[in-house]
Design a protein around this ligand. Structure first.
Ligand code: TLP
Length: 342
């Protein structure tokens, strides 16, 4: 099987497995796990922020950040196509009593700064106060598209001018930094907090990191405990996370190359509609027309032929490139799809 459903399916590398077996551990609720502490220090330094917190998943990382920034009854501004809004089970509303105020994402995952300015609430007895602006980079549902540093900075400026902090769901921030050829710390410089995943393209078996200032991370640590994310001897996981940050970020451009080659070839197939401008990193979204069939039909057909793909909508397929798909896998996927389509 060639598994292109997501980069979440990557398995830990040999180096990770070795590091995990040898990891020094302690109780992280007492902040005594040396490997977790090392990972957090490394992550904070890489992202140019004061402090970092290791969390089990990206979903929990975003949720602890939202809870740490906001108070019950506040509103979060975010894109209508964002992962936090779409795929995180409404956690911020369920657990935090927070309201989502969505603004349109364009096809690159950008939000219009003028709309953000217009949506930030003024003091008024009728209004929920704006507690946070939440961005996403790379943007999953847009197809792995990248916000530039200038775009992020522009949105940060609009929010900060009105004392609203900005959080980034940077699950795939290293893919964005690789596309932009920028040090990741520079890209996230003006953001108040960032969540990024170790377990997607970076291939660790589990884990995400939240970064921000010391005070924010202290609050996030408490929220993590509340959500049941105090993981004790999780240094075995953090050991893989250290390898993810030191050895795996450099190779993401290979996934981007594979995604691009795949997309350019698929674009020739009748009935497969691709927006090649949005194929910037490791995700390829393909829109199907009425003649071509539904995403569910294609997912089933592909599975019968050894290819796993995802459905990102009734007529939208998603293919994600990662460390466990090599050039031969890419070529096999392409020829299988061409045969099925003809
Ligand atoms: N995304 C998953 C699914 O949930 C859709 C995937 O296969 O792409 N932010 C972004 C932008 C993400 O893409 C994801 C995972 C998360 C947060 C959540 O991370 P986890 O799965 O670790 O909770």
């Amino acid at each position: 099987m060639i598994d292109l459903r997501s980069d979440t399916v990557t398995r830990p590398t040999e180096a990770m497995r070795k590091a995990m077996a040898q990891a020094e551990v302690g109780d992280d609720v007492y902040e005594e796990d040396p490997t977790i502490n090392r990972l957090q220090e490394l992550a904070a330094e890489l992202m140019g922020k004061e402090a970092a917190l290791f969390v089990p998943t990206g979903t929990m990382g975003n949720l602890v950040a939202l809870l740490a920034h906001c108070e019950r009854g506040q509103e979060i501004l975010l894109g209508d196509n964002s992962h936090v809004f779409y795929y995180e089970v409404g956690g911020a509303s369920v657990v935090g009593g927070l309201a989502f105020h969505t603004l349109p994402n364009d096809r690159f995952g950008m939000i219009d700064p003028a709309m953000v300015a217009g949506a930030i609430r003024t003091p008024d007895i009728h209004f929920a106060q704006t507690g946070l602006l939440c961005l996403e980079n790379t943007h999953n549902r847009a197809g792995g598209t990248v916000l530039s540093k200038e775009q992020i900075d522009q949105l940060c400026q609009v929010a900060h001018d009105r004392d609203v902090p900005v959080h980034l769901d940077g699950a795939r921030i290293f893919n964005a930094a690789s596309f932009l050829e920028l040090p990741v710390a520079q890209l996230v410089e003006n953001l108040d907090s960032v969540q990024f995943c170790l377990s997607k393209g970076l291939a660790a078996p589990a884990g995400s990191i939240v970064v921000g200032n010391r005070n924010f991370i202290a609050k996030a640590r408490k929220m993590r405990k509340m959500l049941g994310g105090g993981m004790r001897q999780a240094g075995v996981l953090a050991a893989a996370g250290i390898i993810a940050l030191t050895e795996m970020t450099q190779r993401l451009e290979e996934d981007h190359y594979n995604a691009r080659r795949f997309a350019q070839s698929l674009a020739w197939i009748d009935g497969f509609d691709l927006d090649l401008e949005t194929v910037q990193t490791n995700i390829v979204a393909v829109n199907l027309n009425e003649k071509t069939g539904t995403a569910a039909e294609w997912v089933a057909k592909l599975k019968d032929n050894g290819i796993l793909a995802g459905a990102a909508g009734p007529r939208r397929l998603r293919f994600v490139f990662h460390n466990d798909v090599d050039r031969a896998g890419l070529e096999k996927a392409l020829s299988t799809i061409s045969n099925l389509a003809s």
